[in-house]
Design a protein around this ligand. Structure first.
Ligand code: ATP
Ligand code: MG
Ligand code: FE
Length: 336
């Protein structure tokens, strides 16, 4: 089985060829980061234009690298949400064009299901499982009842974890996106500021990062006003200690309540070294749960993960018609 997969929900144009849902024959990722850096974030209109410019080249590169032609394909998978509507539409239109021209089934994929399936390239998923999904736009704990049956059990009430990383990074004068750089700085400093750990003791699986972000920003601004200079590495270490603490705390709480075979760590922030190490450590208390961390290279947006999720949807008989539209606010449902 060969799937051609498309991802264009944000600022990466990506096309992949995936064999049997688990082998990457090609995964072309054209990032637009350099175009968005000077604005300190993703500019939707700029993103759409770059996707249009890049997508046909990405398809050609993916097919060439995989050494396959359209005739070899079994299906086309595409991210149809959540994300920026104009960006999503480019991938959706391209996928529909290929599906129509080559008479191939079209598989609609939720971008967040894609992030979860990045873990599939480490090990097959076993259900039921839990996923800690941490990215630029989402921070949620998800119960995975089956290969295509995902339900939210908790989520952020305000900022996503990655969004908080990027916002405090801007205050430190780091360039966008700053998660990786803060992670590196954090390992050179100490948690000397003891920023708040929001909602840690509340009886739910929700998160909040805006208080942490504000505490951080206020600390930096106050120091600026009094002409004091703070140690960047200590600031980063303190921010990361608080973020990782609350993520780990709620994940452990969920593992105590739900009997699962695996815990999956995925999304852009899953690349965080502090978070990966902390979950390794926490999981020693759950020997029956297998921890699967998305590979570092597949934590950020890419089409390989969309192809892996698309394969499972394909096996489950999920198909879209050629009137498939982008759904910018697509979300998993809540667990009853
Ligand atoms: P979503 O998937 O919710 O639609 P997105 O696709 O924009 O949002 P991703 O590409 O999954 O988000 O992740 C990007 C985020 O990951 C950015 O906020 C970035 O700062 C963050 N990030 C990347 N590496 C690290 C790291 N090592 N530590 C913390 N954050 C990181
Ligand atoms: Mg991105
Ligand atoms: Fe993403």
């Amino acid at each position: 089985n060969l799937i051609l997969a498309f991802e264009s929900s944000c600022d990466e144009t990506s096309v992949a060829v995936i064999e049997n849902g688990s082998k990457i024959l090609a995964n072309i990722v054209a990032t637009q980061i350099n175009s968005h850096k000077r604005f300190g974030g993703v500019v939707p209109e700029v993103a759409s234009r770059h996707h249009i410019e890049a997508i046909t080249l990405c398809v050609a590169d993916a097919l060439e690298q995989a050494q396959v032609s359209y005739e070899d394909l079994d299906a086309v998978a595409v991210t149809y949400g959540p994300g920026l509507v104009g960006a999503l539409l480019v991938g959706v239109a391209a996928a529909k064009a290929v599906a129509f021209a080559h008479n191939l089934p079209l598989i609609p994929v939720n971008h967040m299901a894609g992030h979860i399936y990045a873990a599939r390239f480490v090990s097959p998923l076993k259900f039921p499982a839990l996923a800690l999904l941490v990215s630029g736009g989402h921070t949620e704990l998800v119960y995975l009842a089956g290969p295509t049956d995902f339900k939210i059990i908790g989520e952020t009430r305000d900022d996503a974890a990655g969004e908080a990383y990027d916002k405090v990074g801007r205050v430190l004068g780091l360039s966008y996106p700053s998660g990786k750089e803060i992670d590196e700085l954090a390992h050179q400093g100490h948690d000397s500021f003891h920023f708040p750990r929001a909602m840690e003791n509340e009886d739910n699986f929700d998160f909040s990062f805006s208080g942490l972000k504000s505490a951080f920003i206020n600390t930096v601004h106050h120091a600026d006003q009094v002409g004091e200079s703070l140690d960047k590495a200590d600031l980063a270490a303190s921010f990361q200690a608080s973020a990782v603490d609350v993520l780990a705390h709620k994940t452990v709480k969920a593992l105590r309540k739900f009997d699962v075979k695996q815990l999956i760590l995925a999304g852009g922030v899953a690349a965080n070294k502090g978070l990966r190490a902390r979950l390794d450590q926490e999981l020693t208390a759950f020997p029956e749960v297998e921890l699967i961390k998305a590979p570092l290279k597949l934590c950020g947006d890419n089409a390989a993960m969309i192809g892996a999720a698309g394969y499972e949807a394909y096996q489950a008989g999920i198909r879209a018609d050629l009137d498939l539209n982008a759904e910018p606010s697509l979300e998993f449902e809540w667990l009853d």
